[in-house]
Design a protein around this ligand. Structure first.
Ligand code: DQQ
Length: 550
C-alpha cells in the first residue's frame, strides 16, 4: 500500500527486495565500488541457514546496480550460511574475500573466495576453493562463536593479519591470525582484545587513521609516525557498535588504547552511533583518499510489516571518517557525493532568533527526502539546567527519554522537527539540550521518536548521546540531518555524535511531510544559518520499471 511503499528509501542502500543485514566486503577496485551484504534471497526475514552475500556495484557510492549473489551456501564448508566477512585486495590487484561459513555440521569456520576473473570490472563471479575452510574451528572455541574476519593488513614482516571474533573460555576475544599466502593461517597466542564482561563481540574492524587531517589511510598503513589505529567491535548484548582509538604495534600485534580508563569492557568505549546501527565496516577509498563507513540499520516495526513490505533493513548513508584533533574521537560525515542529489533549496540565512516556545516551518522542501544543515548560536549559557547529582549525567539515552522535545528546558531543547505532519501530530525531534554540573557544561543530543508515528507496535524510543565538545568555548552547535522516508540520520557537532533512527509515520500515506526548527528552552537561541535541500532519488538496485520517488 502507499504507506508501505513510502517507507522505501531514496538514497540509502537497499536491495530491490528481501532481507539484508551486515555490510560485507566493501571495496574500491578497478574504478568500481562494491558493496556486499548479508542477504536472504528467499524472504524479508533473517534465516539462520539461508544467508548469501548480495552484491551491488556503483561508480559513485550513490547509484547502485544489483548483481547476482556473490556467495551462496552451496559448499560443505558453508552449507548452512555465508556469514559476514571482508574484502582485501592482494598484490597484483587480486580481490579476495574472507568470510564465515556455517559448515555442514553447523560449525563456524573461515573461508576464502577469489574473484574468478579479476579483470571483470563488475567482479561478478567468485570462486570458493575446495581446500576451504582456511581456518577450522579451534578446539577452545564453541561452534557458534567464531566469526567475521576483518579486512587483512600487512605487517612489516611481510605477513598478512586478520582479526576474527571468538569466545575463548567464556571470554569475548578478538583473535589475530597471520598468513604468508592468504591460505594458511596461524593464530597468535595473544588476542588483540579480550573482555570477560562484554559477552560475544562480532564484526571486528581495525584500521589506521591519520593523526592530523581528514585523509584516510590504506588498511596496512602504520609505523611511519602520525598514524593511530581504531578498534571497532559490535556487541551482541546491546546490539551496538563501540570503538577505541589507540596505537597498534605490528611487532607484538598489540593494541594500546588511548583511553585505558574506559576499561576492557568495550560497552564503555565510545559509541559509533547513538541510535540503532550495527555490524559496521569501513574501507579505504583510494579514489578519494578517505575512509568510508557502512553500517546496518534494521527495521523497528514488526516482522509482519517486513513481510508485507517484502523487504527489511537499510545501510546508513556512507560516511567519511577521520580522527578528531583530540586524538580520542572519530568524526563522521556524509560523503560529499550526496551534494549532487541536492535540488530545491530552502532555509533561513539572516540569523533568525528563536524565542522560548518558537516553532518555525521551513517552507519549500518536502521533508521526506531531504538534507538539512543548521548552525545554532547560543547567546548565553546562564539558563542551562543545573544538575547536582553527576550520576544523572551518566545515561544520555535515559536523559533524552525523561526530557523529550516537549519538556521545557533552559538552554534547549532546540533543534529540528522532521517527518512532521502538517498538524505536528506526528514528528521526529532531533535536538540539543545543555546541562550544567558545577562549572562544567554537558551538551546532550537526542532523537526523540515518541511522536514519530501514531501507530502502535512500533519501537519509538528517545535516543541520545553527549556531544564531546566544549560548548562554553564554542557557543555554536551544528546539526546535519539526512531524511529519507523511514530513516532519520543525524550528525551533531560536525560529526562528533551521530544518531540514526528508523521512523514509520502514518501521515505519509495521505499527505506530505513538513520540516520545522524549534526552541523549547526558556532562553532564546539563534539560527545562524539553516539550509535544507530536496534530494533527488538515486538509482538504488531498482528493478527497471519500478522507479519510485519524487
Ligand atoms: N551477522 C552475521 C554474523 C555476524 C552478525 C550473520 C552480526 O556473521 O556476527 O548474518 O550482525
Amino acid at each position: 500500500d502507499t504507506a508501505n511503499h513510502a517507507r522505501r528509501t531514496a538514497y540509502h542502500f537497499q536491495p530491490a527486495k528481501n532481507w539484508q543485514n551486515d555490510p560485507n566486503g566493501p571495496m574500491y577496485h578497478n574504478g568500481m565500488y562494491h558493496l556486499f551484504y548479508q542477504y536472504n534471497p528467499h524472504s524479508a526475514l533473517w534465516d539462520i541457514g539461508n544467508l548469501s552475500w548480495g552484491h551491488s556495484v556503483s561508480g559513485d557510492l550513490l547509484n547502485w546496480a544489483a548483481l547476482d549473489t556473490a556467495l551462496d551456501p552451496t559448499s560443505p564448508f558453508d552449507a548452512n550460511g555465508c556469514w559476514s566477512g571482508s574484502a582485501t585486495i592482494l598484490p597484483g590487484a587480486l580481490p579476495a574475500i574472507l568470510y564465515t561459513g556455517i559448515d555442514a555440521s553447523k560449525e563456524q569456520v573461515q573461508n576464502v573466495a577469489f574473484a574468478k576473473n579479476p579483470s571483470d570490472p563488475l567482479l561478478r563471479e567468485w570462486e570458493k576453493p575446495a581446500y576451504n575452510p582456511v581456518i577450522a574451528l579451534p578446539a577452545d572455541v564453541p561452534g557458534d562463536k567464531f566469526r567475521d574476519p576483518s579486512t587483512a593488513w600487512l605487517g612489516r614482516d611481510g605477513l598478512w593479519r586478520i582479526a576474527v571474533s571468538a569466545e575463548v573460555d567464556g571470554v569475548a576475544s578478538t583473535l589475530v591470525y597471520r598468513s604468508k599466502d592468504f591460505v594458511r593461517w596461524e593464530r597468535n597466542a595473544a588476542p588483540l582484545h579480550a573482555s570477560r564482561a562484554a559477552g560475544m563481540v562480532e564484526c571486528p574492524d581495525l584500521f589506521p587513521v591519520a593523526e592530523r587531517g581528514e585523509d584516510g589511510l590504506d588498511t596496512s598503513a602504520n609505523g611511519a609516525g602520525g598514524v593511530r589505529h581504531v578498534l571497532k567491535l559490535s556487541v551482541m548484548d546491546t546490539l551496538q557498535d563501540y570503538y577505541m582509538v589507540g596505537t597498534y604495534d605490528d611487532a607484538a600485534d598489540a593494541f594500546s588504547p588511548a583511553e585505558p580508563e574506559r576499561g576492557d569492557d568495550c560497552r564503555s568505549w565510545r559509541r559509533l552511533d547513538y541510535g540503532h546501527v550495527y555490524a559496521s565496516k569501513s574501507f579505504f577509498d583510494v579514489r578519494k583518499n578517505r575512509r568510508v563507513l557502512w553500517a546496518w540499520a534494521n527495521e523497528s516495526d514488526s516482522q509482519a510489516d517486513d513481510v508485507a513490505r517484502g523487504w527489511s533493513g537499510v545501510q546508513t548513508f556512507p560516511r567519511k571518517m577521520w580522527l578528531a584533533k583530540d586524538g580520542k574521537q572519530l568524526l563522521q560525515w556524509p560523503i560529499e557525493e550526496i551534494e549532487t542529489l541536492r535540488r530545491k533549496r530552502a532555509g533561513l540565512w539572516r540569523g533568525t532568533r528563536l524565542g522560548a516556545g518558537a516553532v518555525q516551518e521551513i517552507v519549500g522542501v518536502a521533508s521526506s527526502q531531504a538534507d538539512v544543515e543548521v548552525v545554532f548560536k547560543i547567546p548565553s549559557l546562564e539558563e542551562a539546567e543545573r544538575v547536582d547529582d553527576p550520576n544523572r549525567l551518566l545515561d544520555p539515552q535515559k536523559l533524552c527519554g525523561e526530557k523529550g522535545a516537549a519538556v521545557r528546558g533552559g538552554v534547549g531543547p532546540f533543534g529540528l522537527l522532521v517527518m512532521a505532519s502538517g498538524d505536528l501530530h506526528e514528528h521526529t525531534a532531533v535536538f540539543f539540550r545543555v546541562f550544567r554540573h558545577h562549572d562544567k557544561y554537558k551538551l546532550l543530543m537526542c532523537t526523540d521518536l515518541t511522536k514519530s508515528s501514531t501507530r502502535a507496535g512500533v519501537y519509538k524510543p528517545a535516543y541520545g548521546g553527549f556531544v564531546d565538545m566544549d560548548i562554553d568555548d564554542h557557543k555554536t552547535i551544528s546539526l546535519r540531518t539526512l531524511i529519507d522516508h523511514s530513516v532519520v540520520e543525524s550528525f551533531g557537532g560536525g560529526g562528533r555524535a551521530c544518531i540514526t533512527a528508523r521512523v514509520y509515520p502514518e501521515h505519509v500515506a495521505t499527505s506530505s511531510s513538513h520540516l520545522y526548527v524549534f526552541n523549547n528552552g526558556s532562553d532564546a537561541v539563534k539560527v545562524a544559518k539553516l539550509e535544507a535541500w530536496d534530494l533527488a532519488t538515486a538509482t538504488v538496485n531498482v528493478v527497471v520499471g519500478d522507479h519510485h520517488g519524487l
